[in-house]
Ligand binder design. Sequence first.
Ligand SMILES: Cc1ncc(COP(=O)(O)O)c(C=O)c1O
Length: 400
Amino acid sequence: MTFLSATLSRVKPSPTIAVTTKAGEMKAAGRDVIGLGAGEPDFDTPQNIKDAAIAAINAGKTKYTAVDGIPELKAAICAKFERENGLTYEPKQVSVGTGGKQILYNALVATLNPGDEVVIPAPYWVSYPDMVLLAGGEPVIATATLENNFKLTPEQLEAAITPKTKWLIFNSPSNPTGAGYSREELKGLTDVLMRHPHVWVMTDDMYEHLAYDDFEFCTPAEVEPALYDRTLTCNGVSKAYAMTGWRIGYAAGPADLIAAMRKIQSQSTSNPCTVSQWAAVEALNGQQDYLADNAKIFARRRDLVVSMLSAIDGITCPNPEGAFYVYPSIAGLIGKTTPAGTKIENDEAFATALLEEAEVAVVFGAAFGLSPNFRVSYATSDDALKTACERIQAFCASLT
Ligand SMILES: Cc1ncc(COP(=O)(O)O)c(C=O)c1O
């Protein structure tokens, strides 16, 4: 349709939302679909956070606020960075937006000129390349391999950087692979960035608190303090505090960049939901014990899923350090045929047949930039996970 903008033709709709929608439609039609597509915790938002929101409503805290966050929330965010990451920021270095998504988008719109490049390690979160395109930049995909547990090597980063590179987008633990970079692995990447002073790093630390076993989360400005002045450290309450629907994300970085992001937000959405901001103050300042409790539950589910999927002939399933995803390879199943007669030519065909013939919704790997794989979100009950993995086992065994 010519009425629509040319920019729109550069982007595609979110494939993860598409899978969730299709699974929802099948369920509504009476099919017994188990959804392993959505990236949100199945836990309810903790009661102390809900209570803070209700108290805010009752106290009349329901009006516009400062565009990029109330002072109380900015103070709570500064305290969080100091406490958990050893990073010192002032409130004028902090931006609060409507979810982590808006924060990342604002930062890209605020900095990209036509032709500017953004290095995105693949497998990547589906929104990064399209956000870069919407902001007028060019995504440069640097593909990590399963053999390296889906982590980018310093050599791969070095090879992806050109004089036009503006940002590296870094995400650990990762959506879609769950891969988490150790301090040493991350230092390998920050050493490369130290050799290229024109490249900034946008680190998406959304899954910081979803880290398992003895994996220790770390973030670029902490690992390499000399990068502090060219790092935007992004985070949010969505995943850690089971607050996906509240829509609060935040970032800290150089004050000039934060001011530019504020300018964009002031002319688009204004402040994030006032009530949600008060809820986020309680999330960050209140008790934190459930973070570790939730991580234990997720670690147990990861173990269940990895062991059940690893038992399948034709599937290789690495054991990730964090987040709530696994990203198995189906290289051993390509070319086979399903009982209904579908040829598994690629991971999209696999995911479609799995949904239609075995009623399990997963997202195909091509959506995340590395095939042939699929992403399982294990943020659902143990029982549902077990049944879903049994269905995947039976489906794969039925391929000829
Ligand atoms: C890696 C990553 N970053 C950011 C987001 C966005 O989070 P929010 O819901 O706060 O916008 C997500 C959500 O799926 C994500 O997986």
